[in-house]
Write a protein that binds this ligand. Structure first.
Ligand SMILES: Nc1ncnc2c1ncn2[C@@H]1O[C@H](COP(=O)(O)OP(=O)(O)O)[C@@H](O)[C@H]1O
Ligand SMILES: [Mg+2]
Length: 250
């Protein structure tokens, strides 16, 4: 679990508040994510998951509080050590699969041509799209586009992955494949932070933060969250925390 030693902490968020005008998207949120695990940000639409991930990527700056990613304040420098899969695809639809993955490899610092070509091939093979490598993204199904997005996020071998709802719209088989990839990456020491609003994903995570209204309302492993609330499903555990939070406020 998390320790104060920054070598074992991938992400450290301290009392972060973020507003879009009058809307408070994050409300004094604190979270520590240990290295090498799959950590799930679970919560309904509007909970603040995307905002939190965008702060970790360095696309947004906190109004209050601090964010550290791999021991540093997120910046252009940390960006090349992070793999980011946005909630909406940011693929170049007129380019082929291979050109897209190649582009992300290049902007993320894989400068050596031979090494880059090999990584691009390995990554496209990993997501099982090598036979389609020269097809433009416009020709692909939603699930295939999601696999290309994942390939773009992991091609430069980053030690930290920030995946914003990577499994939305995937069929059950592909969802299982994604989680197998994530488990393999964890074994290689990669930290994965994944947001989701389905408890189906939650069960695959080593550790979860239940989020609501820009705050973490509970944190722990799936077993802990179920056990601590006396519930058999994570849905019910989530509702238990929502109700006890509302009870506290009443
Ligand atoms: N660009 C934006 N401008 C204004 N409000 C926003 C913007 N992005 C998100 N919000 C608001 O911030 C809150 C958190 O949103 P978001 O981080 O997208 O949550 P989630 O990813 O959990 O659905 C919501 O109330 C949402 O409406
Ligand atoms: Mg979101």
């Amino acid at each position: 679990m998390a320790t104060a030693d920054s070598n074992h902490v991938a992400v450290d968020i301290n009392e972060v508040t973020f507003r879009y005008g009058n809307i408070r998207a994050l409300d004094g949120l604190s979270l520590t994510v240990p290295s090498g695990i799959s950590f799930g940000l679970l919560g309904p639409n509007g909970a603040g998951k995307t905002t939190l991930i965008r702060l970790l990527v360095g696309l947004l700056k906190p109004k209050r509080g601090s964010v550290h990613v791999l021991g540093e304040v997120p910046s252009r420098h940390t960006a090349s050590r992070v793999g980011y899969m946005p909630q909406l695809h940011s693929l170049y639809t007129e380019l082929s699969i291979r050109q897209n993955v190649e582009f992300f490899a290049r902007i993320n610092g894989l400068t050596d041509r031979t090494e880059r070509a090999q990584r691009v091939e390995d990554t496209i093979r990993l997501v099982d799209l090598w036979s389609r490598r020269n097809d433009s993204v416009t020709k692909l199904s939603g699930g295939m586009r999601q696999r290309v997005s994942l390939a773009c996020a992991i091609v430069h071998n980053p030690p930290l992955l920030l995946l914003d709802e990577p499994t939305v719209g995937l069929d059950p088989e592909l969802r299982v494949t994604f989680w197998e990839h994530f488990a393999n990456l964890n074994e290689q020491g990669v930290t994965i932070i994944v947001s989701s609003h389905t408890m189906d994903d939650a069960a695959h995570c080593d550790c979860l933060a239940f989020m609501r209204n820009g705050r973490v309302i509970a944190e722990g492993s799936p077993d802990e969250l179920r056990g601590d609330t006396g519930q058999t499903t994570l849905e019910d555990a989530f509702l238990y925390y929502v109700r006890s939070e509302e009870g506290d406020r009443a």
